[in-house]
Design a protein around this ligand. Structure first.
Ligand code: SF4
Length: 396
């Protein structure tokens, strides 16, 4: 039936939206046509699908901390304001005790996971990475370690003379629990080539993620919009993720992507500033709704408050998102290019965002299993008693 209409026509868009509302899987042209429909119509279907696929009452989040163990990097992505060269005075590499001190702060607020990532630092040997993992496991046995983007893994693979399988086995033996899917951006090499010529290519990104999923590691899928990519390239990115998820569910006992995180390109202090268009709140919410419709095999979509601020992040809960990501305690990569200092959220702030939007907040682990339901009355009571504590919800 869809062939009766020219590609991307409003008629095709409406038909596609009707099919999505029935729970049917959409193809590339159908998904692309959704960008040409009024956003409220697309959002309504996306939200319905979210309510069907995850507990309709609950919005979850994770108490965790980002730890960026080094900011020295030789990849030099044009969109990155975080990295430094070895000679710059504010370059750093953390020692294990500095990492432990950060984890103790996380443990003090009930955190359960660290996201351990850094630049591609050619001075680090395999011993640094395995020693870091072993140190964390020995001193913080209850903390989940999700570490290393595919970019870092590719560097280790090339540098340390190990096959990808042997490398991942070595890291897992040392304590690695998960391999976050950072660096997805747009998994189309035309876009990647312009934004970061030395960046990991899409084929390697999927090769490394596939191996991680095969070995049972935690992964999530990521997407960044605003490079000037086309709708077709965005759809292609989503369909590649959907295909990988199909494969993982078919071949790896369901161990695929546990979640999907979308954010908008931040260009402050980067070489792309003034050259890449970025993306507005409308574009972000539209892309989130399209992602919810496209990714029919991936139930957990995160709202991006670090890039969009708390207000748009909260609105995202009605555009397909069912999760508020994590507290982070410390975030250095997105915030370095964001032009604001919002790089962490308190548990109380995330509770308020969920409750005010009409949901029950729940604390989860990195695999999206609910660990507990926080005491909302106590959290919001403290807010009322301390107006200063409310600053975060409207801060950006
Ligand atoms: S995004 Fe990552 S790989 Fe690229 S320059 Fe920044 S730290 Fe390096």
């Amino acid at each position: 039936m869809t062939a009766a209409f020219p590609p991307l026509s409003p008629e095709l868009g409406q038909l596609a939206l009707d099919r999505a509302a029935q729970g049917e899987r959409l193809g590339a042209d159908e998904l692309e046509s959704l960008y040409h429909l009024p956003l409220p119509a697309v959002a309504a279907v996306a939200h319905d699908l979210r309510m069907q696929r995850r507990d309709p009452d609950v919005v979850s989040f994770l108490i965790d901390r980002n730890i960026n163990y080094t900011n020295i990097c030789n990849v030099g992505c044009n969109f990155c304001a975080f990295y430094r060269t070895r000679r710059q005075s504010d370059s750093y590499t953390l020692d294990y005790e500095q990492i432990s001190a950060k984890i103790r702060e996380l443990e003090a607020v009930g955190g359960t996971r660290i996201l351990l990532q850094g630049g591609v630092n050619p001075e680090l040997g395999l011993d640094y990475y395995t020693g870091m993992l072993r140190h964390v496991k020995a001193h913080h046995p209850t903390i989940q370690i999700d570490a290393f983007s595919p970019e870092e893994v590719l560097f280790m693979e090339k540098s340390f003379g190990l096959s990808l399988d042997d490398l991942l086995d070595t890291l897992m033996d040392a304590g690695l629990d998960g391999l976050p899917g950072a660096g997805g951006e747009i998994l189309e090499d035309d876009v990647r080539q312009k934004a970061a010529p030395a960046r990991i290519r899409s084929g390697d990104w999927f090769r490394i993620i596939d191996a991680a999923q095969r070995k049972g590691l935690y992964t999530i899928a990521t997407m960044v919009i605003g490079f000037g990519e086309t709708y077709a390239q965005r759809v292609s990115h989503l369909l590649k993720i959907r295909a990988q998820q199909d494969k993982a569910q078919r071949e790896y006992g369901g161990n695929g992507f546990f979640g999907f995180a979308l954010w908008t390109l931040q260009t402050e202090h980067t070489r792309l500033h003034g050259k890449a268009p970025g993306a507005t709140a409308h574009e972000y919410l539209q892309q989130l709704a399209v992602a919810r419709i496209a990714l029919d095999n991936l139930p957990n979509l995160q709202a991006s408050w670090p890039a969009q601020g708390f207000k748009v992040g909260q609105a995202a809960l009605y555009y397909g998102a069912n999760d508020l990501g994590s507290t982070m305690l410390e975030e250095n990569v997105v915030s370095a290019a964001a032009g604001h200092d919002r790089h962490a959220a308190t548990v109380r702030e995330l509770i308020r965002i969920a409750v005010d939007a009409g949901f029950t907040p729940a604390i989860r682990n990195s695999r999206f299993e609910i660990l507990s339901y926080p005491d909302v009355d106590a959290a919001l009571g403290r807010l009322a008693a301390n107006p200063e504590a409310e600053r975060g919800v409207g801060a950006n």
